[in-house]
Write a protein that binds this ligand. Structure first.
Ligand SMILES: Nc1ncnc2c1ncn2[C@@H]1O[C@H](COP(=O)(O)OP(=O)(O)O)[C@@H](O)[C@H]1O
Ligand SMILES: [Mg+2]
Length: 184
């Protein structure tokens, strides 16, 4: 079974291909509504309505480098297997929002998997945009936890030290792992 984190990495990579400079990833687990929602928004080049209508078809791609074109169809299939769906809202020249929903407790809902690893891989990639991340876990009105971070704040803190400095990578890996662990 594939982890949702790997799908998320694919969708995040699309934002880089789209030339995005700012990306937001929000993961919300809502037990009361039995809903898991994953939203990726970017300020990249966007899609025409014609492209947006086709991108959940397997093997549709506008990339000319590799012939894959499975990122969005695989996430759509994963959502549909878990009584959810995938929605795309996009405006050419402004950006794109991809939202996947799942029934949280559905037996075929894939596990979130290694989110810290996914986030780290994305943040350290060449040309990575700024990322604002929020992971909310709602287990009832009085039991809600959120882990969030913003690379803009981290970069400001680091000054001239690059994100891929070994000491920073080590710190980031621990920071992400602890933040996620505290949610469960
Ligand atoms: N965030 C995005 N912004 C603009 N276009 C996108 C975005 N995500 C996907 N697309 C478009 O949808 C197509 C299919 O995406 P995907 O299924 O991930 O396959 P691939 O990335 O291999 O082409 C891309 O080639 C691109 O044209
Ligand atoms: Mg892709």
């Amino acid at each position: 079974m594939r982890e949702l984190a790997l799908h998320v990495l694919d969708i995040l990579r699309n934002t880089v291909d789209a030339g995005a400079t700012h990306v937001t990833l929000i993961i919300e687990e809502d037990s009361a509504r039995d809903r898991l929602t994953i939203t990726v928004s970017d300020d990249g080049r966007g899609m025409t309505p014609e492209t947006a209508a086709q991108v959940t078809n397997p093997f549709f791609t506008t990339r000319t480098t590799r012939h894959v074109g499975l990122g969005l169809p695989l996430l759509a299939a994963a959502a549909e297997r878990a009584a959810g769906d995938l929605r795309i809202a996009s405006t050419p020249g402004q950006g794109t929002t991809v939202e996947a929903t799942f029934q949280l407790a559905h037996p075929d809902r894939q596990p979130l998997g290694d989110l810290p690893g996914t986030l780290l891989a994305f943040l350290l990639a060449e040309g990575a945009p700024q990322l604002r991340y929020e992971h909310r876990v709602m287990r009832g009105p009085a039991a809600s936890r959120t882990f969030r971070f913003d690379t803009a704040a981290i970069r400001a803190e680091l000054g001239d030290v690059p994100l891929n400095h070994p000491a920073v990578v080590q710190w980031l890996a621990e920071f992400l792992a602890e933040g996620e662990a505290e949610l469960s």
